[in-house]
Design a binder for this molecule. Structure first.
Ligand code: ZN
Length: 446
């Protein structure tokens, strides 16, 4: 899909929909913005083992005037707003009230309501300032680099904002990336879930991600080509035939052909059971070592053992996206309930009565600027869904309800309350008391 130009007019106004409210601060408001388009040049110089970025984002304020909020977990060297140079302190991190990890940067310039601006930043990449983030993986000088966006739902600041200026995950924007690997004769491979144009064989690429993406959508992996084993196949998935690419790094120790066969089987199965593919005509997986997996739009980086779980997320999590950063618990609850999972306390498709007298759970963090998925989302969320399956009349009914959920929301975003309403209809019971206790932590229970 070609990248959109200019601001995306289809987004809800900031402050509505999934955007958190403005943050009162000394001298006025820090305000959420709508990012319409982001562009960046990333140059990995393998001879000096340094990566430099120049990034530009087009942003627009909502109905409230104030200082625009964004995030970037890198140390900024230069900053310009509307081509006027600002001191780097003018984009320092500010508290949002949701804890140190959930801090955001504010541009220290008072801007009018609905005004549009161009923010340009220059910086050198290092390990992002976010819990669990990984450093760049340089080979010895002149021998190459491995890079992975390495996102996570589990900690704040672990989406695109680790590497590039970005908004929270409610906001749709187009992203254009020019990537270069310099200072080595070793060819590299770039794998991404966007349109990739190779400009210089094995060393420079233009990547265009569609305007339907949010900060949790883009996947990008760069690695020396001689380290990557690749298998290509086709999968029948609902009404579509998908081009499937599975690439394996050495530490995956994977039979890449066998992994591609499994991938095709899961794509066909989920397509039959949960509905049509929402991500164009392709699927991309990159296999890494054990103990990790991350979902992206129509793509994943995963260990072989996590593949089923991560492919399922192309329906639930990235097919239907969380409307806000606090709604990510739904995706992990569904994936744990419906796929093989070491994090579940019960077998997949469990159905078991759940009363209103067990320990309350806060799967959806209460603060509007919170932006992580609590780890209880896996086992606790799956337990909640087992209780819903019981009320719906068994696992088959809940699976039909999930297929209907995907049919209604695929390609769009949904909230925790949307899910409560949807499943209440399928159960013929108002599930609000269960949501109050096992999603909201019992805070709103009467
Ligand atoms: Zn997951």
């Amino acid at each position: 899909m070609p990248a959109a130009t200019g601001l995306s007019s289809s987004d809800p106004a900031p402050g509505a929909g999934g955007a958190p409210p403005p943050v009162p601060a000394e001298g006025g408001l820090l305000v959420p913005v709508d990012i319409g388009r982001a562009r960046a040049r990333v140059r990995f110089d393998t001879s000096t083992r340094q990566a430099d970025v120049e990034a530009t984002v087009e942003l627009q304020l909502g109905e409230a005037p104030g200082r625009p909020l964004f995030d970037l977990r890198q140390e900024v060297d230069e900053v310009f707003l509307d081509e006027v140079r600002l001191p780097v302190e003018a984009v320092r991190h500010r508290a949002t009230g949701a804890g140190e990890d959930a801090r955001m940067r504010a541009v220290d310039v008072e801007c009018e309501a609905r005004s549009r601006h161009l923010l340009r930043l220059r910086y050198r990449l290092s390990r992002p300032a976010a819990t669990g983030a990984e450093p760049l993986d340089w080979a010895p000088a002149g021998d190459g680099v491995r890079f992975d966006l390495w996102m996570s739902d589990l900690e704040p600041g672990r989406y695109l904002e680790m590497w590039l200026p970005a908004n929270l995950c409610h906001d749709h924007f187009s992203l254009e990336l020019d990537v270069e690997v310099a200072g080595t004769g070793r060819p590299h491979l770039l794998l991404a879930n966007g349109e990739v144009e190779e400009l210089g064989a094995g060393r420079s690429w233009a990547v265009r991600y569609p305007a339907s993406y949010t900060s949790l959508s883009p996947m990008l992996v760069v690695a020396p080509a001689d380290q990557v084993a690749t298998a290509r196949s086709e999968a029948r998935c609902g009404a579509r035939t998908l081009e499937v690419t599975v690439a394996a790094l050495p530490e995956a120790a994977a039979d890449v052909g066998a992994a591609a066969a499994d991938t095709c089987a899961w794509l066909s199965y989920f397509g039959s059971r949960y509905g049509d593919w929402a991500h164009g005509d392709s699927f991309l997986a990159v296999l890494w070592g054990p103990g990790r997996g991350m979902e992206y739009d129509g793509a994943t980086t995963a260990s072989e053992a996590a593949l089923e779980h991560e492919i399922f997320h192309s329906w639930f999590g990235r097919g239907v996206k969380p409307a806000g950063a606090r709604d990510g618990w739904m995706d992990e609850a569904m994936a744990t309930w419906a796929t093989a999972s070491s994090r579940a306390t019960e077998a997949r498709f469990a159905s078991a009565e759940l009363g209103l007298d067990e320990t309350p759970l806060e799967l959806r963090p209460w603060h509007p600027w919170a932006r992580h998925t609590p780890r209880e989302a896996y086992a606790g969320g799956a337990r909640l869904l087992a209780g819903v399956a019981y009320q719906a009349g068994g696992a088959g009914h809940l699976r039909a309800a999930l297929a209907d959920w995907h049919r209604r929301f695929a390609g769009r975003a949904a909230t925790s309350d949307d899910l409560c309403r949807h499943l209440s209809t399928w159960c013929g019971t108002d599930l609000r008391p269960w949501w109050d206790r096992y999603v909201e932590g019992g805070r709103t229970a009467g």
